[in-house]
Design a protein around this ligand. Structure first.
Ligand code: NAD
Ligand code: UFG
Length: 343
């Protein structure tokens, strides 16, 4: 298949690109590089021994999309391009709606114009808002979101459902990721957030490698076994494989699936496992609860197992080991290392 990945230079997209190339699909990437580096794609090519077609451009610009859709025939689109910081979305909601919603609308119009009917969309467990029931299954209430980022994901899902009603030839699957973590086992591609990390694991790694003094632990008085927040962390390569299964099983209509493991870990369990895996000690800084956080977010992943023939196979230890390898090999992320002797 010829598969276009929007946002394919990013953390999750680069791992999907690698999995697709390894399964002999042809991959095109459209990315404006606002939160990524083209070096990620060079490494994907080196790891797979195959070439992909990279187009630098923006999903909000029709001309950029047309350039890609005119360059070769496209069978399916995996739509990952988007902004993902919960905090930033609270400060700049218009930027988030513009990028995540308007960008998706332009993509849908372009797909229609070029008669491309297959779409996988990167959604998020954040669409469930404050969980009313644990574990979360796909027919649990969604939409009671707590920030513009989450709202943008929920609104796109709603738009996709409505578009499918109007265009029955479309086959669309939204995948609701729980907490993506880890890196490719080679340590060559992974996640490197710009600035101070918001998420637990990137912050933890920066403490372990001496870039930051201590890990803030947001709340130890939740109704969880050790009082700290519990999440369903999923290895990024399991996520990538989930997209391939979703592509294989695409059918006309709209569907959505949880991609999670169904297994939850608390902040303190993560820290303890990381200390074992890395041999590093992680100083903790106990803080009050972070506004907007929930005690437990956990998936029921059974629909994806039954309908997509997919389930996560990598556990927490593999996530931490692989992500730490990436961090040790690439402490600055994808910066070009100066060649010895160069000024
Ligand atoms: P990322 O920031 O690493 O990747 C997103 C990519 O999209 C980046 O390469 C960025 O440059 C690109 N991009 C952003 N806006 C664009 C635009 N207008 N035009 C073209 N390219 C654009 O993030 P990620 O973690 O790989 O996430 C990928 C997708 O998965 C996002 O849609 C995100 O919301 C969703 N998601 C991520 C998580 C998570 O915790 N990482 C959880 C749930 C859902
Ligand atoms: N946490 C800390 N210290 C930190 C960062 C996080 O204690 O420095 C705690 C949080 O309080 C929470 C847990 O670690 O209990 C996980 O927090 P993350 O920020 O890593 O992840 P979230 O569950 O808050 O959110 C993530 C993404 C969202 C996505 C959601 C999907 O950031 O974009 O997973 O469930 F929508």
């Amino acid at each position: 298949m010829n598969v276009l990945i929007t946002g394919g230079a990013g953390y999750i997209g680069s791992h999907i690109a690698l999995s697709l190339l390894q399964q002999n699909h042809h991959v095109l990437v459209l990315d404006n590089l606002c939160n990524s580096s083209p070096i990620a794609l060079q490494r994907v090519e080196a790891l797979s021994g195959k070439k992909l077609a990279f187009h630098q451009g923006d999903i909000r610009r029709r001309a950029d999309l047309n350039r890609v859709f005119n360059s070769e025939s496209i069978d399916a689109v995996i739509h990952m391009a988007g902004l993902k910081s919960v905090n930033e979305s609270l400060q700049k909601p218009v930027k988030y709606y513009q990028n995540n919603i308007a960008g998706t609308l332009t993509l849908l119009e372009t797909m229609k114009q070029h008669q491309v009917n297959k779409l996988i969309f990167s959604s998020s467990a954040t669409v469930y808002g404050i969980p009313v029931k644990i574990p979360l299954c796909e027919n649990c209430d969604a939409g009671n979101t707590t920030n513009p980022y989450g709202a943008s994901k929920y609104m796109v899902e709603k738009i996709l459902r409505e578009v499918v009603d109007a265009q029955p030839e479309l086959a669309i699957t939204a995948l609701r990721y729980f907490n993506p973590a880890g890196a490719h086992a080679s340590g060559q591609i992974g996640e490197h957030p710009a600035g101070i990390p918001n998420n637990l694991l990137p912050y933890l790694f920066q403490v372990a490698n001496g870039l930051r003094a201590a890990l803030p632990v947001f709340g130890d008085d939740y109704a969880t076994p050790d009082g700290t927040g519990v999440r369903d962390y999923i290895h990024v390569m399991d996520l990538a494989e989930g997209h391939i299964q979703a592509l294989k099983n695409l059918q006309a209509g709209y569907r959505h699936y949880n991609l999670g493991t169904g297994q939850g870990y608390s902040v303190l369990e993560i820290v303890r496992m990381f200390e074992q895996v890395s041999g590093k000690r992680v100083p903790l800084d106990m803080r009050p609860r972070r506004p907007g956080d929930v005690a437990i977010c956990l998936s029921d992943p059974s629909s994806a197992r039954e309908e997509l023939d997919w389930q996560a196979t990598r556990g927490l230890e593999a996530m931490l080991r692989d992500a730490w390898r990436w961090q040790v090999l690439n402490p600055q992320g994808y910066v070009v290392q100066p060649v010895e002797g160069e000024v």
